[in-house]
Design a protein around this ligand. Structure first.
Ligand code: ARG
Length: 458
């Protein structure tokens, strides 16, 4: 017999039970469902909506059900559709008919919205901690490599040298914004929907603020239709999650490139790589590849959710049961990635010499030669042209700018003196970017200080 079976004369087709039930995934909300019910029954008692004795029995019963779910003793039924009805059935099995009083003044529609908000609050706290751990790991690499120079790229072509610390800090600041976004979404998630009922509110003299206080919400949802029908707070989480995944994925792509023989800039620790079943020499960067790959499903969860919602009239529609799997998947996929990230970055071996050799064998100091000529009075457009000719000459000769003699250089411009060799060294080129935010050693030192303060405050 269904909890809602009164107006039915036939039982549900078994295929419908299988197709429409959500218990296989929304059982993840069990603890939140019970937490919400405990607050709700406390309110029903306080407001005199149900007798004190009944409320106490329900409270005790909910604790027993919670224990039985935790230790695997409780059997969840597909015919009971979802976690809400399974908990109510288990409660009634425990304490008898009085269990049926729990649902007074409440609907599964406001109940499920509550459960998801409670779930996401925990996920946001967990995710913030994990992101902070990743920031720490990046920060440590940055501190260790305040002097390590590597080629900086645009269009994946060598552009200008940068400090490895500068590169690591770029991700620290990106992740900082990810954390800010999660913190900001808290304002909208942390509003309490119970009391909305099925859609129009409830006739019982409930105290919504009391429930909100019990569950540490900042306030109550202002409009019952909105409370049961919108999932914008989930969309926002999926969007924040997509941004996090996008950031991680870009770093992953770099780690994959950097650990190739072609780049040879880093070596990931053995613990984060795998081998090949056929090629004995292989050491594959599986973890960064997989994080990059899983970014696709995280975007998919966002697109799926937006699409599911876009045509729905107010208020609740069964379509909305599809809001949960993507949410769980994004939360679990991301926390899985983030857990691996901090130790993977911390143990990453940075090949400082190899990076330096790469910078020494490229034309990434060409801008600095043009700037040098410009400082000596040449118009920048002309300097650009002159240095272009020097680079072309080098390419034809199989040389780099610093391999040329002063005479050779002078043949392109009489303005070049022998101070050029110092000015074009990788370290000098880096340090010349002095303005805050640039890659110069002092600027990076300031960025390190700023990043350290931000991380501490998280
Ligand atoms: N399992 C449902 C869901 O997740 C709970 C709400 C059901 N409400 C209803 N009126 N059928 O969306």
């Amino acid at each position: 017999m269904k909890l809602w079976g009164g107006r039915f004369t036939k039982s549900t087709n078994q295929l419908v039970d299988e197709y429409a039930s959500s218990i296989n995934f929304d059982k993840k909300l069990a603890a939140y469902d019970i937490k919400g019910s405990l607050a709700h029954v406390k309110m029903l008692k306080k407001c005199g909506i149900i007798p004190e004795n009944d409320a106490d029995m329900i409270t005790d019963g909910l604790h027993i059900v919670s224990e039985k779910i935790d230790n695997g003793e409780a059997v969840l039924h597909e015919e009971d559709e979802d976690i809400h009805m399974n908990v109510e059935r288990l409660l009634t099995e425990e304490i008898g008919q009085v269990g049926g009083k729990l649902h007074t003044g409440r609907s599964r529609n406001d109940q499920v919205a509550l459960d998801m908000r409670l779930y996401l609050r925990d996920i946001i706290l967990e995710m913030t901690q994990l992101l902070t751990d990743v920031q720490h790991a990046l920060f440590k690499q940055a501190e260790t490599h305040r002097d390590t120079v590597l080629p900086g790229y645009t269009h994946l072509q060598r552009a200008q040298p940068v400090l490895f610390a500068h590169h690591m800090l770029a991700y620290v600041f990106m992740i900082e914004r990810d954390i800010e976004r999660l913190a900001d979404s808290w304002k909208r998630i942390n509003q309490m929907p119970l009391g909305a009922g099925a859609l129009a509110g409830t006739t019982f003299p409930i105290d919504r603020d009391f429930v909100a206080g019990q569950l540490q919400f900042d306030g109550v949802c202002d409009n019952s239709l909105d409370a049961v029908s919108d999932r914008d707070f989930v969309v926002e989480f999926l969007s924040d999650g997509s941004m996090i995944a996008m950031h991680l994925s870009r770093l992953c792509e770099e780690m994959v490139q950097w650990s190739s023989a072609e780049f040879n800039f880093i070596e990931l620790d053995d613990a984060f790589c795998t081998g090949s079943s056929m090629m004995p020499q292989k050491k594959n960067p599986d973890v960064p590849e997989l994080v990059r790959g899983k970014t696709g499903r995280i975007y998919g969860n966002l697109t799926g959710m937006l699409t599911m919602l876009k045509g729905l009239p107010l208020a609740y529609n069964k379509d909305m049961q599809e809001d949960k799997e993507g949410m769980f998947d994004t939360a679990e996929t991301l926390s899985g990635a983030l857990r691996l990230f901090a130790p993977m970055i911390e143990t990453m071996h940075v090949k400082k010499d190899s990076m330096y050799q790469a910078v020494r064998k490229d034309y990434s100091n060409a801008t600095d030669l043009a700037d040098y000529l410009t400082e000596k009075g040449m118009a920048f457009r002309e300097s650009h042209e002159a240095v272009g000719k020097i680079v072309l000459h080098c390419i034809n000769e199989g040389k780099y700018i610093l391999d040329l003699t002063l005479e050779e250089l002078k043949s392109f411009s009489g303005l070049i003196e022998d101070d050029i060799f110092e000015a074009l060294s990788p370290d000098a080129v880096v340090d010349a970017r002095k303005a805050y935010g640039g890659t110069g050693r002092n600027s990076v030192k300031q960025q390190l200080n700023k990043a350290s303060e931000l991380i501490k405050a998280n």
